[in-house]
Every structure is written in C-alpha cells, then in structure tokens.
Ligand binder design. Structure first.
Ligand SMILES: Nc1ncnc2c1ncn2[C@@H]1O[C@H](COP(=O)(O)OP(=O)(O)OP(=O)(O)O)[C@@H](O)[C@H]1O
Ligand SMILES: [Mg+2]
Length: 617
C-alpha cells in the first residue's frame, strides 16, 4: 500500500502524543488515597448523617426479612394459624413501608452528596489551576487536565454517590447476615464460612486482571477521543493533504485496539461471574442437602432453613457486591490522587505576601535589568541573556529580530508569565515579583501573535478585560482598531456570535478585534506581537495612525516585521539569538550597525523607503 510506510511512522508518532509523555505516577490502588476527598464531605455533615442513618436502617430491615420469613413459615404455615399469619404479614408490611422510606432517603442523600462533592471538587480544581503559572500547562497537557476535571470527577461522583453506599450497605449486610446465620444454625453456617474463600479467591485473582484491562481500555478510549478531536479541529489540513486514508487507518487501529482490550476484559469477567455462580450454587446445594436432612430429622424447622438460605444468599450477594465496587473504589482512589495532585500544584509565580504598590500616576516605564531566561523544558538553551534596556513612558519601541530570537518570550516576561532566572523586570521602577500579578496585568494591553478570540459574541470578546465598558468606549476602541466598519456590517453587529478561536472571522478581522480588546483596557503599556501581520495595506495604515495617536499617551512595545512600523518607532531594539545586539532609530542603525543594515536589507529589502508606501515585507 502506498501509504503503509508513512502510516507506520505516523502511527508511532501519533501513539506518543504529548499527553502520554506526562509522567503519570503509577495510579494508586490504596484506598487511603480517597481520604483527601473526605475533606469535601465535611460541609455536608447533616446530609451524611441522614444518609448513614437511612443506610443502617434499611440494612437492618432487610436483615429482619429473614426472621419474618421464619415466623411466617413456622408459626403461620406449619402451625396452621391464620391469626399469626395475618399478624406476621402485617408486621412484614410495616417493615416494607420503613424500607421504602429508608431507601428513598438513603438513595436521595447519597446521590445528592455524590453530585455535590464532585461539583465542589470540580470548582476547586478549576479555581486553582486557572491561576497557575502558564508554564504548568506546557509540562502538563491541557487535554490531560481537562480529562481529569471531567472524567475523574465524574468517577468520584459515581463512587461517592453510589459505590461507597453499596459497599457500606453490603458490609453491614455481610456482618449481620453472618451473625444471623450462626444464630439460626451454627453447623450449617460452617458450610457458608468454608465456601467464602472459594468465592473470594477467584474474585481477587480475576478481579485484578479485569481491573488492569479496564484501565487500559479506558486509556485506549481516551486515545480514540483525542485523535478525533485533533483531526476535526484541523479538518481543512486533513483534507487538503488527502490525509483521510491515513487517518482512517490510524483511527481504525486505535478503535480495534480498544475493542481487543475490551474483549479480553469481557472474557475474564464472564469467567469470573460463571465461576462465582458455580461456587455459590454448590454451597447452597450443600446447605439444602445438609439442612434438608436436619429438617427431616426434626432438628431444624422449615422456617429456619428458609431463613438460613435467605441469609446465605444475602451474605454471598454482599460479598459479590463488595468485590464489584471494590474495583470502583480503587479507581476512585486513583482519580482522587490525580485531582489532589492538581490541587497541590503550586504556581511558580508566587504572589508577594505584602505586595508593593504601583504609583497611580505611573505612566508605564518598562525596564529589563540584565535579564536571562531559560524555558524549564530546555534548561540548556538561554532563550534570553543579558537583556538590559529601559523604555520611557510614552515611548514607542519596535522589537525586531529573526524568528526564534526570543521576542515573544520577552513579552511573556513583561507580563510575568515567567520569572527571569537572572536579573529583574521592572514596571515604573518596581520589580514585577514584588507586585500583585493582577496589578501588573491591569496596566498592560496585550495583542498576542496568534489569534485568541473566544466563542461568544463580538461584544463578549471586546469587553474581555473591561466588563463595565460603556457603548461609547466600545465604539472608540473599535474605531481606533479600524474594526468599526466590518463589525457594523456583520449580521448582528456587536452581538454577532463567533466560534472558538474566532471561527467566522477573517484573519485580519480577528487581529483588529484583538487590538480593540487591548485598547479598551486603556493600558499604560501596550504590547503588540506582530499585530498587523494579517492586515491589508489600508487597515495597517489605520493601525499605524492609531499608534501615532497613542504615542506619548502610553508606552508601546511592538514586535515588528515591517519597515513601516519600524520607521515609526522612536527606537528599535534588535534581538538576535536571545541577545540585544543593537538599539537606535532605523536611520541611525542602517548607518552605524552593520548587522542591522544587513538584517534590514534582508527583511525590508524590497520595501520602498518613501513615507506612506507600504509594500508587503
Ligand atoms: N514553551 C517553550 N518551551 C521551550 N522553548 C520554547 C518555548 N517557546 C519558545 N521556545 C523557544 O524559545 C525561542 C524563542 O521563541 P520566541 O517565541 O520567543 O521567538 P520569537 O522571536 O517570538 O519568534 P517569531 O518571530 O517566530 O515569533 C525559540 O527557540 C523557541 O523554540
Ligand atoms: Mg513570536
């Protein structure tokens, strides 16, 4: 097959998505890991108490049914007394009412607690991670975190909202059942006790295998999900490269693998169930045989035998139920551990206990003092080194340099998405590390390199950083960004809905909205990361005029690939391989700096130098 070689290569590539590289600690099987989840139960003590009471009550009533049966058979049927029969049946009916009410209360509160606790954990985890340092999401893939918040909390919900209650109820029934067995007939009880190990052994043996298989089938299923997600997100690329057959083959490989694992799990499970049935039925046959002989010889009443068999079934059933949910509990222990890991993650960007305050009259002076930076993932590569500069309030500075020089990284440091490993970044003379993060970011308007709009209306996107913006302020920001015309022409104007990532808008439209969003914040420091790369000459000219207008009013740092922007700047900083290699105006640098002159020739070479002309770089 034509594709076979690539398919194989792609398969190995795709089998190791970033997600799998995350060192996932061996998932715990210790139920002790569930303990942190208990903390989330504390606010709901009344509900927990009610549920527990109902649980004990219903277990007690269920156990008493056996005694009721004994009475009905021995005193009503065997003794032939209609009065006693009616009495006992009446009692029976009363117990049923208690059981019904108890079951309702138990089921309602246990499920309620499960839902509430998993909702609380979900909220706690989200509240926590949304504030973590951005680098955290490079080491831990967002898809993995997303699945923890959804799948793991859902698992906890089922476990808290049912498995725990099933386990407790059956534990009570098991203990009560055993006690009542011995009370009813000690000799027969030994048959039951003797058969317990035969039931438990295969459960433990096969149970582990079933569990391992079910875990790996869940992992393969997650694999299937992430593959679909990625392919659909990039559907145009998939189809443009005629990649469908490759995707089909990779996808079918994954689906089949998931199926094969599931089939093995089913085999183990079916075997387990059949084996347990066989053992339980054999034990009951033995009991009937021994017990039946005792009834015949008169040492046991028929009612006692019936009650006994009832309890034996109950004990066997509770062992089965516990072994069934035990696996759930273990999975929940793993899920809790992963969620608690997320809750335990600390932001590397510590907020100072007593934050410094920026002067309200500060105008956005920015300085880098011998700053060096490495990404934690690549400790050997100094992405920035010895960076020293100061940008005065109201100054417009262009940052130029080849791709990969570290320009966007420098912007990250300005906003304190990372801390430098050496030196300091200062806003109005204050080290960013001594300020509240929110204070730093409140002063900055940022237009990222890649479009970053959210699903919602255009208005939602604009007021993103300033929820209380007035219609006049919105209009002004749109106008400054040169976006008012196209927004007005959209079917619902500001209320037009756009999709995730700005689906439904052109590249240039997205860029202008991102600029308007940043300007609406009325920032003291405006950071534009190639904000005009997707704009046509006219829109670009508009932004250029806006920047001219803003000059002097706020500090502007712009990453530029175009001569027009560079020429407009008060000063140019040239970054190369993480170092500042030159600084000055375009004219002076072309004259004096050979490196810049060469860079300028390559970068802007064919652009006309006359003011007002803007050719494509
Ligand atoms: N998250 C990251 N982890 C590790 N290395 C990174 C990360 N992001 C960027 N880098 C590396 O840091 C260097 C600088 O990247 P940066 O994005 O700052 O470049 P840039 O100057 O903005 O380039 P461009 O003009 O192409 O946008 C590059 O070598 C890049 O590979
Ligand atoms: Mg960049």
């Amino acid at each position: 097959m034509k594709f076979s070689k690539q398919t194989a290569r792609l398969q190995t590539l795709c089998d190791n998505p970033r997600m799998d590289e995350i060192p996932d600690r061996p998932r715990s099987r210790r139920l002790a890991s569930l303990r942190p989840a208990l903390k989330f139960l504390r606010p709901y003590l009344p509900q927990v108490t009610l549920a527990s009471l109902a649980l004990v009550l219903t277990a007690g009533v269920t156990l008493s049914i056996g005694q009721g049966m004994r009475l009905v058979i021995d005193q009503g049927l065997t003794a032939g007394s209609a009065a006693i029969l009616e009495q006992t049946v009446g009692l029976f009916a009363l117990l049923m009412v208690v059981l019904t009410v108890g079951t309702f209360v138990r089921f309602y509160y246990v499920s309620w607690i499960g839902e509430r606790v998993s909702a609380d954990i979900r909220l706690a985890v989200f509240d926590h991670i949304i504030r973590l340092h951005p680098g955290f999401f490079e080491e831990n893939a967002p898809t993995e975190i997303q699945s923890r918040i959804t799948t793991d909390t859902t698992l906890l919900q089922t476990v808290i909202g049912s498995s725990v209650s099933i386990a407790l109820r059956n534990l009570l029934m098991f203990i009560g059942g055993i006690v009542l067995l011995f009370v009813t007939d000690a000799k027969l009880s030994l048959v039951v006790v003797a058969s317990v190990p035969f039931v438990v052994a295969p459960v433990i043996l096969f149970g582990r295998r079933v569990r391992d298989l079910s875990r790996s089938s869940q992992d393969t299923l997650a694999d299937v999900g992430s593959y679909v997600g990625e392919a659909l997100r990039h559907i145009k690329v998939v189809q443009s490269f005629n990649h469908e057959p490759v995707d089909q083959s990779i996808f079918s490989g994954r689906v089949e693998r998931a199926f094969a694992v599931a089939a093995r799990r089913i085999t183990s499970r079916a075997l387990l169930i059949a084996l347990v049935m066989l053992i339980v039925m054999s034990a009951i046959a033995t009991m009937l045989w021994i017990g039946g002989r005792d009834v015949l010889s008169g040492s046991l009443t028929p009612g006692e035998l019936a009650a006994f068999i009832f309890y034996a079934f109950m004990v066997a059933g509770s062992v089965g139920a516990i072994s069934e949910v035990y696996a759930d509990l273990q999975r929940a222990a793993g899920a809790t551990e992963r969620l608690m890991e997320l809750l335990a993650a600390r932001s590397l960007l510590a907020e100072p206990a007593t934050p410094a305050l920026l002067s309200p009259t500060g105008r956005g002076q920015l300085s880098f003092e011998d700053v060096a930076f490495v990404y934690p993932g690549r400790p050997d590569q100094r992405v920035l080194a010895d960076i020293r500069f100061t940008i005065e309030p109201g100054e417009m500075v262009a940052l130029v340099g080849p791709s990969g020089a570290g320009k966007s990284t420098l912007f990250d440091l300005v906003q304190r998405f990372h801390d430098p490993i050496e030196g300091a970044v200062r806003l109005d003379g204050v080290d960013l590390r001594t300020l509240r993060l929110a204070d730093v970011r409140a002063r900055i308007g940022y237009v990222p390199q890649e479009s970053s709009l959210f699903s919602g209306t255009i208005r939602d996107n604009l007021v993103y950083g300033r929820l209380d913006a007035s219609p006049a302020q919105l209009r002004e920001a749109l106008e400054l960004a040169g976006a008012q015309t196209f927004v007005a022409e959209l079917p619902h104007g500001l209320d037009t809905r756009i999709g995730e990532g700005g689906v439904g808008l052109s590249g240039g439209q997205k860029q202008r909205l991102a600029i308007a969003r940043a300007l609406l914040k009325k920032p003291e420091l405006l950071l534009l990361d190639e904000a005009t790369s997707a704009l046509d000459a006219e829109s670009e000219e508009h932004i250029r005029a806006t920047v001219d207008e803003l000059k002097g009013r706020c500090t502007i740092l712009v990453i530029a690939h175009r001569l027009s922007t560079v020429r407009q700047a008060d000063r140019i900083l040239v970054l190369q391989a993480g170092r500042l290699v030159a600084s000055g105006t375009h004219a002076s640098l072309v004259e004096e700096n050979e490196l810049y002159a060469r860079f300028s020739r390559i970068q802007f070479g064919r652009e006309p130098v006359t003011e007002g002309d803007h050719a494509v770089a």
